[in-house]
Design a protein around this ligand. Structure first.
Ligand SMILES: [Zn+2]
Length: 339
């Protein structure tokens, strides 16, 4: 029995599978509770007419694909925020009043904070600062998740949620999905190959709006390296659920090449700042994942107590953004407060 909980915060149906599907499959298989926030229903995705057979709308199809992947990966629950997809920069989809990029930021951060307080994950995972390939929805979800991570433990933030019975909660680690050296090398070789063939690597994809050169330039350090070789099949199956979006591409490679390129998934630690120069092999490494026996009600557990359990304490990022970090020791009479 494990008490590991991970919250994934992404923008679109398919982000969960394409980016880190194998890692999700591994942790779910190991008994972790993995919840997902998916901000949009994929309404503005480009799909072939035959994919829409049996569906009333693109959104209905994309949500069905998401639920298929959620089942394949073993997700615990999908929180759908029901915004409308935005497109790449300059797309007319960005002018739609329901577009995610038009969302009220404070409200969006509050919705993420609410889910953090409900799920109480030790680990939160989102996009990197470039949103993997510059998609405005991805970048927005990165920025709002970083903000939510830092304030979810502050009772002064979104106090109306406390009136609803939720309690402040500070997750212990925030990661972004990253790329490993082999993936980065593959990307660079792909750019070279495109140039040799006279193609423009700055205008890639169905809508020619992805810039591979900029993607390669936004390569963030890997602080966690997760071995997922045993979960590539589950990853392919979950990606295959998103067939309207070209899912299951990895299956085009032979097994040995899949293991080489995709055998490890990389994550950048956004908070707290990583303390060691080596990449950890487990997103939960060093974190207390079992409720201490003498805590009857896990709520605002003092960070110092977590530190006592696992040797990890770093409030620097919270202080840096001016969040008032306070802990209520009086509710934990049972604890021997660390000196
Ligand atoms: Zn996306």
């Amino acid at each position: 029995m494990t008490d590991k909980r991970m919250l994934l915060v992404f923008a679109h149906p398919d982000d969960e599978s394409f980016g880190m599907g194998a890692t999700i499959a591994r942790y779910a298989d190991e008994g972790a509770q993995i919840d997902l926030i998916c901000a949009t229903n994929g309404d503005a995705g480009t799909v072939d007419a035959e994919d829409l057979d049996g569906y009333d709308s693109v959104a209905e199809l994309r949500v069905a694909e998401l639920m298929c992947a959620a089942e394949m990966l073993g997700l615990h629950h999908v929180y759908r925020f029901n915004y409308r997809d935005s497109g790449m920069a300059g797309s007319p989809d960005n002018d739609h009043p329901d577009a995610l990029v038009k969302a009220d930021r404070e409200e969006l951060v509050g919705r993420i904070v609410r889910v953090i307080r409900e799920v109480r994950p030790q680990v939160v995972v989102t996009f990197d600062a470039y949103g993997a390939y510059g998609h405005p929805d991805h970048i927005l979800m990165h920025e709002t998740t970083v903000a939510a991570y830092h304030i979810a433990g502050d009772p002064n933030c979104y106090p109306e949620q406390l009136a609803d019975g939720l309690e402040p909660y500070q997750p212990q680690r925030l990661y972004a999905v990253s790329r490993g050296r082999v993936e980065q090398l593959t990307l660079r070789m792909g750019i070279l190959w495109m140039r040799l063939r006279g193609q423009d690597p700055r205008r890639v994809g169905r809508n020619k709006d992805i810039d591979f050169v900029a993607v390669a330039e936004h390569h963030y350090p890997a602080h966690a390296q997760i071995n997922v070789r045993r979960y590539l099949e589950a990853w392919n199956e979950a990606s295959g659920c998103h067939s309207s979006q070209g899912g299951g591409l990895g299956s085009m490679l032979p097994n040995w090449a899949q293991r080489l390129v995709f055998g490890h998934q990389m994550f950048t630690q956004l908070a707290p700042p990583p303390t060691s120069g080596r990449a950890v092999r487990d997103l939960f490494e060093g974190l207390p994942c079992r409720r201490p026996a003498h805590v009857s009600r896990l709520s605002v557990v003092p960070q110092e107590v977590w530190a006592q359990c696992c040797g990890l304490v770093d409030l620097t990022p919270c202080r840096a953004i001016g969040v008032n970090v306070t802990f209520d020791f009086s509710r934990y009479q049972d604890y021997d407060r660390p000196e």
